[in-house]
Ligand binder design. Structure first.
Ligand SMILES: Nc1c(C(=O)O)ncn1[C@@H]1O[C@H](COP(=O)(O)O)[C@@H](O)[C@H]1O
Length: 144
C-alpha cells in the first residue's frame, strides 16, 4: 500500500534533538516512497519565533507536516494554528509519563485546530498517513 512513488514535500518538525530517532524513522519511510522530506528542530515552547518564521517562509511548498514532541506537546497544535495544511502529531515517549502526557496534548485539541494524532512513538504510521494524504491529493503515481 505504501510502495508507490509520490510527489510532495513533508516537513518533519521535532521539539528537541532528543526526538531525532523518531524523525529518522519517519524520514526513511517517506524517502523510500520518493517524497521530499526535511527535518527541523523547532520548539513552540522554547522558540516560537523561529518556528513561526519557518512556517511563514516554507508553508506554501509544504504539503503535510509531521510534528513530534514529548512531554507537554504543544508543537503539533501550534503548527496547526499557523497553517491550513494537514498536521500529524506523534507523541514521543519522553519523561516520567513515557508519552502519555504528549499523547493527550496532541489528541485533545480545541475545535477549529485539527491535529491527526498517531500512537506513542508511531513514527512510521505518521509517515504512512502522510503518504495516504498525498495519494488523496493525487500526488502518487498509482493513480490514487
Ligand atoms: N513538547 C516539546 C516542545 C513543544 O511542544 O514546543 N518543545 C520541546 N518539547 C519536548 O521536550 C522534550 C524534552 O526535550 P529535551 O530533551 O531537549 O529536554 C522533547 O521530547 C521535546 O519534544
Amino acid at each position: 500500500m505504501s510502495g508507490s512513488a509520490c510527489r510532495g514535500r513533508v516537513a518533519i518538525i521535532i521539539g528537541s534533538r532528543s526526538d531525532m530517532e523518531y524523525a529518522e524513522r519517519a524520514e526513511r519511510v517517506l524517502r523510500e516512497a520518493g517524497v521530499e522530506t526535511e527535518v527541523r528542530v523547532l520548539s513552540a515552547h522554547r522558540d516560537p519565533e523561529a518556528l513561526d518564521r519557518y512556517i511563514r517562509e516554507n508553508d506554501e511548498g509544504i504539503d503535510v507536516y509531521i510534528a513530534m514532541a514529548g512531554l507537554s506537546a504543544a508543537l503539533p497544535g501550534y503548527i496547526a494554528s499557523r497553517t491550513a495544511k494537514p498536521v500529524i502529531g506523534v507523541p514521543v515517549p519522553a519523561g516520567p509519563l513515557r508519552g502519555v502526557d504528549a499523547l493527550l496534548s496532541i489528541v485533545q485539541m480545541p475545535r477549529g485546530v485539527p491535529v491527526a494524532g498517531v500512537g506513542i512513538g508511531a513514527a512510521e504510521n505518521a509517515a504512512l498517513l502522510a503518504l495516504r494524504i498525498l495519494r488523496v491529493a493525487s500526488r502518487c503515481s498509482d493513480g490514487g
